[in-house]
Write a protein that binds this ligand. Structure first.
Ligand code: AQP
Length: 330
């Protein structure tokens, strides 16, 4: 089976953008690929963060992955820092990466602007570590949201550069996009993000979700109830496409364009569908939290299974780059 790798940062509360843009697609893929899904904690320290909260965030993120259906019987769930080969390979990739290419990355420029006081080397190097995350498992496919496409293309470049210099070693990974690769935040302008105050949390209670939806931005052409709307410019409609059934999507589309229903009615339909999908996940999170030691076992076995693959690949890489002497072989 072809291998898939993808990761999620424990950089805040996991939101519905992460869910429909990535996690839900990850679940669909586990029957068709050999999948590794990883909580990428070393990526999350490239911006300022609360040290006291980090472990909680790592475990909560892993719990959500399992609760969404990424169970250890069907795929590997791991934590990046538990497998040091990720960072070792990143160092080697650093040595085939031109600095100029990293400086051109959209996420670096955007995060650099947002974290002006802390533009550290890790932030610049983020795509190199991401390439190592993928290639340490020789993964051929990477399911991500739209914002990560540039980074996956970059990892393809790194694979190509490494192979050209040291001989064919890595596949050139391809992106797999979900049906909802880009969800905007409740502000209706920026991408929904953990670090912006514009996210609907996957674990938000229904009343909080409704309050966020109720006040969320809609199509700007619809100032009054009687104005016909343009669903194609409305983030609430994008959310409908991710959470509602085809007949409901068609209904909302037609009713919005003809001012048949107002934004609140449209949001009520969305809320009902969102709640139906999210409440069972929230219940499973509680069940996992109620089983002491279960998650730790999942992550321990995930680390061991990842380590077995990563050790072999690193052995090959060290030999290829001329670092590993024959006398070091077991
Ligand atoms: N708004 C989004 N719509 C669709 N997909 C999204 N993803 C993130 N936001 C959206 C996808 O979720 C996966 C995990 O993302 P990540 O944790 O690696 O980091 P990110 O893309 O930087 O997500 P955030 O929420 O915006 O985090 P912060 O605020 O910490 O930077 C990825 O596949 C991503 O594409």
């Amino acid at each position: 089976m072809d291998r898939i790798f993808s990761g999620i940062q424990p950089s805040g509360e996991i939101h519905i953008g992460n869910y429909v843009g990535a996690i839900r697609n990850w679940v669909k893929l586990i029957d068709h690929y050999d999948c590794i899904y990883c909580v990428v904690d070393y990526h999350a320290i490239t911006v300022e963060y609360d040290v006291a909260l980090m472990q909680k965030r790592i475990l909560e993120t892993a719990t959500i992955l399992v609760a969404c259906g990424l169970t250890p019987e069907r795929c590997i769930v791991s934590v990046q820092s538990h497998i040091p080969e990720h960072t070792e390979l990143a160092w080697i990739f650093n040595c085939v990466t031109p600095v100029g290419e990293l400086e051109r990355m959209t996420q670096f420029k955007e995060k650099g602007r947002r974290h002006r006081h802390n533009v550290n080397v890790g932030l610049l190097d983020y795509p190199v570590l991401q390439a190592a995350d993928i290639l340490i498992y020789k993964a051929g496919y990477v399911p991500v949201g739209e914002d990560q496409v540039q980074h996956v293309e970059f990892s393809r470049e790194i694979a190509r550069k490494f192979n050209a210099r040291f001989g064919k070693t890595f596949p050139e990974p391809q992106v797999i996009l979900s049906e909802a690769p880009r969800i905007l935040g409740t502000d209706g302008s920026a991408k929904m993000s953990k670090s912006l105050n514009n996210a609907i949390g996957l674990l938000d209670p229904p009343e909080v979700i409704w309050e966020k939806l109720r006040t969320a931005a809609t199509c700007e052409h619809r100032q009054r109830r009687i104005d016909p709307g343009h669903p194609e410019h409305c983030n609430i409609f994008t959310m409908h496409q991710a959470f509602s059934k085809p007949d409901q999507i068609a209904f909302v589309d037609e009713q919005c364009r003809t001012a048949g229903i107002g934004c609140i009615e449209c949001k009520e339909i969305l809320f009902k569908n969102m709640r139906e999908e999210l409440v069972p996940i929230q219940t499973r999170v509680q069940e996992i939290n109620g089983k002491p030691g279960y998650l730790i076992d999942v992550l321990r076995s995930g680390a061991a299974r990842c380590k077995a693959i990563a050790t072999e690949v690193m052995d090959e890489v060290r030999q290829k780059i001329g670092i590993k002497p024959a006398w070091l072989s077991p």
